[in-house]
Design a protein around this ligand. Sequence first.
Ligand code: ADP
Ligand code: MG
Length: 622
Amino acid sequence: MSDIIRLLPDSVANQIAAGEVIQRPASAVKELLENAIDAKSSSIQLVIKDAGRTLIQVIDNGIGMSPTDARLSFERHATSKIKNADDLFHITTKGFRGEALASIAAIAQVELKTKRDDDELGTCIEIEGSEVKSQEHCSCAKGTSFSVKNLFYNVPARRNFLKSNTIEIKHIIDEFQRVALIHPEVAFSMHNNGNEVFNLNKGSFRQRIVGIFGEKYNQRLVPVSESTDIVCLDGFVSKPEFAKKTRGEQFFFVNKRFIKNAYLNHAVQSAFDQLLSSDNYPSYFINLEIDPSKIDINIHPTKTEIKFEDERAIYAIIRTAVKQALGKNNIAPTLDFEQETSFNIPLFKPTDSVKIPTIKVNPNYDPFLDKNKKSSSHTLNRNNVKDWEKLYTDFEINSGEIKTAQQNLPAETSIEPEQASQTIISDWEDTENNEKRNYFQLYKKYIFAPLKSGFLIIDQQRAHERVLFEQFYKNLSENKSSSQQLLFPETIEFSSVNAAILSEIKYETAALGFIFENIDENTFNFIAVPAEISGLPIKLTIENLIEQFQSNADELKLEKKEKLAQSLAKSASIKSGQKLSPEEMNSITEKLLTCEMPYHLPNGKPIIISLNLEDINTQFKY
Ligand code: ADP
Ligand code: MG
């Protein structure tokens, strides 16, 4: 019997290998674009025909190749990017395996034209099913052009596996975006069947995002950046109100390579915890620069997973950086005139008759009329809301105040202190004299607060809810709620269901400042309540608290402490429909602007809209 083992011819070996590297046209697009980046190009063009079935062409203006390199580039394991195994720990290029071109050439008809800057003539190579058909000098521009024609022409099984053109082109666009997004210093264009899909000039990261996803994104982005020994982070997250129902635009890059990582994704998502409900996904575009020796570079060409040495630390850094950005930056929603909700103003025809606008004014209106309120009273009447702000200011000096210390409550993550947008704050402080601010209440629901250069529109109920929420949450976290002893303890009977729930959360409600004892199963004797809610009917507040607490349980995946703080805030806040005096509006606004997250409720709903003079001028076409 003769020996039966043979070495496979290169063409067959390459074809088998190609199966792994090139699964669909989009994989070839990715490889060619990455090669163009590695070749230090400043301009890259992608031309596609028939979703990449008949043509994928990538033209770059990079360093080009010598005639020998051009020929060698199609060999398997031929690469200029690493020399030895040690280099594997310092990868700074996209490619390094030397497989892509060999694979592509095994399953397509490829034409390569390439020229280095100093060379007079370039090289043109035609290769088909790994077989070189021709190699000659040619005149061409500096850089490299790869034309990949009839992909999978010799692998019918693969070809038949391809999905519809719509799906294949979608994959190609995905790959194009992943490369183009993180290389804004490179100009890119993409054409499909002769139509321009993208034409991206060089610019900043922000400009590139806007170039790809549209002008609207400009005002949706909040910059995030952080620099530590382990990682440097840079990029943008979307403002909470632009979160999506699907995980569309979430981009992580590590050393400018697109990656997917569920754990790090969670870090970003959790930074939005108090701003978004869990079925909403923020967009993000974040690049992490990490020492290549601290990541596992043995990346499969088609895979996007990556392993980090310090994954937990990186998680914490990302989460903190995003949280900080959301609190610190100007994430107050602005009126988005480009959104679908923008007013549809009919064109004015000269034949139309003009109606003089009428303004209804109350000539007797004096915003300071009810200013002469009683100055310091602890027995606040909730129906007379004009004194409600005293609820915050007076309890500290109240002799009836008692502090409760809840030693055994588990310490949990707290909200890092952040301030409202510096621009809004300074605008706010610049505005003449606080007392002289002309507040204006619309529909007993919105507060209009003037700024130096524009104004804020504030949802009064949400604003008060946010203020109370932060106060309660802080009290809970620091275990120092301020209870206010009742002058006359109040005995209250609850339904048996509510009584059972109240007993269950007795510990936490005590941490909030409710002090009570059971008289019998359904009856409780209240001796103190949180200072912030003194004056409110206790029974109703507790019942609302329980109701909110239960409905919040389904709605949001929050920790118990947050849920409680939120429920009580909701229950105790002033409501829409309540008329507010200028002093009350001032008090709400001031307190809101010192909140850690003044712009959104924990469920992502906006609290403030800011409208600046520029926006208004733009609307009037100045
Ligand atoms: P890898 O990128 O892993 O090195 P490839 O098969 O993709 O392997 O490419 C092989 C080699 O061909 C590269 O290392 C590089 O030297 C050269 N090359 C490929 N594309 C280009 C290009 N667009 N411009 C210049 N050189 C290129
Ligand atoms: Mg490559």
